[in-house]
Design a protein around this ligand. Sequence first.
Ligand code: ADP
Length: 300
Amino acid sequence: MITVEHLTKRYGEHVAVDDVSFRCEPGTVTGFLGPNGAGKSTTMRMICGLTPSTRGSSAIQGVPYRQLGNPGRHVGVLLDAAAQHAGRSGRETLALCARVLDVDRARVEELLTLVGLSDPAAKRRVGGYSFGMRQRLGVAQALLGDPAVLILDEPTSGLDPEGVYQMRTLLRDFADRGGTVLLSSHQLREIEAVADRIVMIAKGRVVADGAKGDLLTTSGGTRVVGLDPVALRTALVAAALPHRPADPAGAYLVDAPAEAVGRAAAHAGVVLVDLRPAEHEGLEEMFLSLINSVPQEIGS
Ligand code: ADP
């Protein structure tokens, strides 16, 4: 369990994180979604005791990170995969970490296999690793102490599609076994593919927080394609239904139920070739509109 209450971080006049509160429950993956600069890393660094908060508090299993005894046994953290020691091999990195955490050495080999860094990769110096390999090593390091909680900042960046799939499976398994996962991403698709809950943050503020299914449902909207896109657009304007162009060219996302869109088209005599709930696109639209709805100058 992770609890975050009113966390706030100011850098001078700039408010990087503004009164952020949320909870991550055992058995769930919570996706922490927001564009670059939204305040995800700063929030995670505050949860992990690396950046002092200006205000607010956070706890892991009910205890502030800095008060956890042997924290790596409770929470696995991946905040900056580039921060690994370049001169050690992947295996040496994990072996050293195992000693610090007082973990059985056999776990090192298990984890190297789990994250796809068996020999010869395990023998190579980390300085020669790609960013994706460093991410894999960082995740292995996070899992080493067999923690109940994982906090991972953009763990899939730098991974190839197979690596992304493996990471998702690994996180899903971890949560299904009762673990608590908080993972950040600036990509909606990444979060959507693995998270049970979504906390969206924009310009330091939480703009949405809920079960993924609920957010998808409330996003509503309809995707529509007409035989004649210009006539369809005219019909949507005439019916005063808010809409915007979508892919492929000629398609529209409409902020209205399918029936209202169908009626508007019928009224104008427009032939429709596609009419359905805009689930996927709806969430994306919501993400973009929520981000844009936050005032530019926060805390000023
Ligand atoms: P994200 O992880 O969502 O990309 P960050 O948490 O890294 O966002 O950054 C949030 C905001 O805080 C950004 O505007 C960033 O420039 C600012 N920021 C982060 N760290 C510092 C720092 N050490 N000093 C000043 N500003 C910072």
